[in-house]
Ligand binder design. Structure first.
Ligand SMILES: NC(=O)c1ccc[n+]([C@@H]2O[C@H](COP(=O)([O-])OP(=O)(O)OC[C@H]3O[C@@H](n4cnc5c(N)ncnc54)[C@H](OP(=O)(O)O)[C@@H]3O)[C@@H](O)[C@H]2O)c1
Length: 261
């Protein structure tokens, strides 16, 4: 039997879709944005720092990619509602939302302040809810949409000094299931990606520490850090028609870390 290459390609096709990637001035978010744009989507980049955002938009535009920058803080529901309305008015309805913005703060849990706890949970967990709630309204009307929540291997595993982060990502894993259940009937698929360890601003204190670096490489079955581009395949799968019957799952892209003790 002759394989129909066009049909094979079309199940992963995202040409002409509009995607919003929160926190896309950072290490993983900018790779997600580039990956979607290189596959034909128009991508809305986001972050709080306007100058960083303008630089990232210019960088991707110089590669002839279709991108726009919308700075806003994902923790403020009013601002998020206004920003999403503006994007949908100026660019068009959002087909793909990647809830990627996230932070970590490290301290022994007994010393963790209320402010730091609320900051981590507010951005990583509540922020994803706030943006999804704003974006899903038009997805529900159009009976079509893809939401991808960026979790972590810390959805499943703890480590010293990051209990707030682990709590936020464990919560995000279950929020992904909750969103998937409530919105499946509108033909909206909500899933997650759980990255292992990748070198970005967030993990700088880890990869600059030779002891951690050595520990991580022996702890991870593939014996190395991930390359952010290795996340793009899972993102394309979850952003396209290829995942039309996949609801509420998290794909771990972790070099086997979660499969091994
Ligand atoms: N790096 C890893 O190894 C790894 C592993 C597992 C999971 N992850 C997850 O992947 C995601 C991206 O991480 P990363 O490593 O790429 O981090 P990063 O380089 O530090 O980037 C974080 C991004 O989030 C934005 N951001 C933070 N707070 C925000 C807010 N309130 N509103 C809007 N944007 C906000 C930042 O921009 P502004 O500061 O300008 O707002 C930046 O663009 C996070 O959810 C993280 O938990 C990362």
């Amino acid at each position: 039997m002759k394989i129909n290459q066009e049909k094979v390609k079309s199940i992963f096709d995202i040409e002409g879709k509009i995607a919003l990637v929160t926190g896309s001035t950072g290490g993983l978010g900018s790779t997600f944005a580039r990956g979607l744009a290189e596959h034909g989507a128009t991508v809305i980049l986001n972050g709080r720092d306007k100058e960083k955002l303008a630089r990232k938009v210019a960088e991707l535009e110089s590669d002839a990619l279709k991108v726009h920058g919308y700075p806003f803080d994902i923790t403020d529901s009013k601002i998020v509602e206004q920003a999403v309305a503006k994007i949908e008015n100026e660019i068009g309805p959002i087909d793909i939302l990647v809830n990627n913005a996230g932070i970590t703060l490290r301290a022994p849990l007994e010393e963790f302040s209320d402010a730091d706890w609320n900051k981590v949970i507010g951005i990583n967990l509540t922020g994803a809810f706030i943006v999804a709630r704003a974006v899903v309204k038009s997805m529900i009307k159009r009976k079509s949409g893809k939401i991808i929540n960026i979790g972590s291997v810390q959805n499943e595993l703890g480590r010293p000094t990051i209990a707030a982060y682990t709590a936020s990502k464990g919560g995000l894993k279950m929020l992904t299931k909750g969103m998937a259940i409530d919105w499946a009937k509108y033909n909206i698929q909500v899933n997650g990606i759980g990255p292992g360890y990748f070198k970005t601003e967030m993990t700088r204190p880890l990869y600059e520490n030779p002891e951690f670096d050595a520990w991580l490489c022996q702890r991870t079955p593939v014996n190395r850090w991930g390359d952010p581009e290795e996340l793009v395949g899972a993102l394309l799968f979850l952003s396209s028609g290829a995942s039309s019957y996949v609801n509420g799952h998290t794909i771990y892209v972790d070099g086997g870390l979660l499969s091994s003790v």
